[in-house]
Design a protein around this ligand. Structure first.
Ligand code: TXA
Ligand code: MG
Length: 365
């Protein structure tokens, strides 16, 4: 299949969409209306969009991604009122959260209505709904008829794309068009909150934290235990969270603890990898840039800057693949605020391999 590459220039007044941009987006919306697939930017990661109300389009999405079809898709809308057609009921809590966080990186799980095909929800009777803030995404959704099913635009198992070059790498020749709208601001996927249970529960951490949701709803919000505790053997409530995800091709290990111990331990590991003829990489904060002896060093931003770290994470993981790195080590991030989501993705990318030299030392004493 020929894939059309559409560049959004945002050269209208004040960096807004120009008439040319809107025309191109309308054309892409037409492809989705006709049953085709279009990859598009959002504020989190690039999405692979198809008409959410057309079961054939959903099947095409699974096929293009190489994704198991029991893994449900998120339906993207561009007007709050559109939520009523695809859901059976919209609880007060959903309205409150939408008021504060929509448009934005929050996905809500609600009971689905009969117009939503089972193919889109992976057989579930609930539906995931998201109203993204990205202006290109919103225009595309409107041009597509209002309901766009969109997983991240990567081949299943690979890191989600935050830059169009990675969408091209994974999707060229498989879909009708790719819209290049620059880099996603946030860089990791939306927070998913399940509103079919009481109290609501976070199924996937993201930029919108449990504390932010809790403060709007006036109750404490917990995260699905299966996600926090990888060894629990529990089944994640968001089916997609059970798959090995975000993984680079090389082997990633996270090292956490006291800064000096982390640097020393990683350097020891790097030395032995090099002796074994392996190509090595490190993910570290700007402050530690000069302290590692690795083939490839990737900076996550200033220490503690979780926004920057999230923004860069998937591109860093992908670039290790570009450079054929065999073994990678990452410093860890504090598991609070947005750091919860970063550590969730990093741990998945590492297959939960994490070492803490400080703890090991304490135990040996
Ligand atoms: O930021 C995002 O959410 C991006 C952009 C493109 O919007 N999309 C995204 O979609 O991350 P995807 O398909 O890669 O991840 C969707 C996740 C999966 O883990 C899936 O299992 C879960 O949402 N999900 C979808 N519908 C669900 C439902 N009804 N109940 C529970 N989990 C659901
Ligand atoms: Mg995904």
């Amino acid at each position: 299949m020929d894939t059309e590459l559409i560049r959004i220039k945002k050269d209208g007044e004040g960096g807004m969409l120009s008439d040319g941009d809107l025309e191109a987006i309308a054309r892409a919306g037409g492809y989705i209306r006709q049953g085709g697939l279009v990859a598009f930017p959002t504020e989190t990661v690039y999405g692979l969009g198809g008409n959410a109300l057309d079961p054939e389009a959903s099947k095409k999405i699974y096929e293009a991604k190489g994704r198991p079809s029991d893994n449900p898709l998120i339906i993207h809308i561009a007007d709050f009122e559109d939520i009523y057609k695809i859901t059976e009921e919209v609880p007060e809590e959903a309205k409150k959260l939408a008021d504060v966080f929509w448009p934005g990186p929050l996905t809500m799980i609600l009971k689905k209505s009969s117009v939503v095909p089972k193919e889109t929800t992976g057989g579930l009777d609930t539906v995931a709904v998201r109203f993204p803030s990205d202006v290109v995404a919103r225009e595309l959704i409107k041009a597509s008829g209002g309901y766009v099913a969109a997983p991240s635009a990567n081949i299943s198992g690979r890191p989600s794309p935050t830059e169009v070059k990675y969408v091209v790498e994974d999707m060229m020749g498989r879909i009708r068009a790719i819209i290049d709208g620059g880099e996603g601001e946030i860089g990791i996927e939306s927070t998913i909150v399940d509103l079919t249970v009481s109290p609501p529960m976070v199924l996937r951490p993201g930029y919108i934290t449990n504390e932010m949701i809790g403060s709007v709803l006036g109750e404490e919000i917990e995260t699905d235990r299966a996600i926090i505790d990888a060894d629990s053997g529990l089944k994640p409530k968001a089916p997609g969270m059970k798959y090995k995800h975000y993984a680079p091709r090389g082997e990633l290990t996270i090292v956490e603890g006291n800064d000096d111990n982390v640097v020393r331990t990683i350097n020891e590991l790097l030395r032995s990898d090099r002796e074994n003829g392996l190509k090595t990489g490190v993910i570290c904060c700007d402050e530690n840039e000069g302290r590692y002896d690795a083939d490839v060093i990737k900076l996550s931003g200033k220490r503690g800057d979780t926004g920057e770290a999230a923004h860069r994470l998937y591109s860093i993981l992908r670039s290790f693949d570009d450079e054929n790195v065999d073994k990678m080590y990452s410093e860890s991030f504090a598991r609070n605020g947005f750091g919860v989501a970063i550590m969730n993705r990093l741990l998945k990318a590492a297959g939960h391999k994490i070492i803490n030299p400080t703890e090991v030392e304490k135990r040996q004493k």
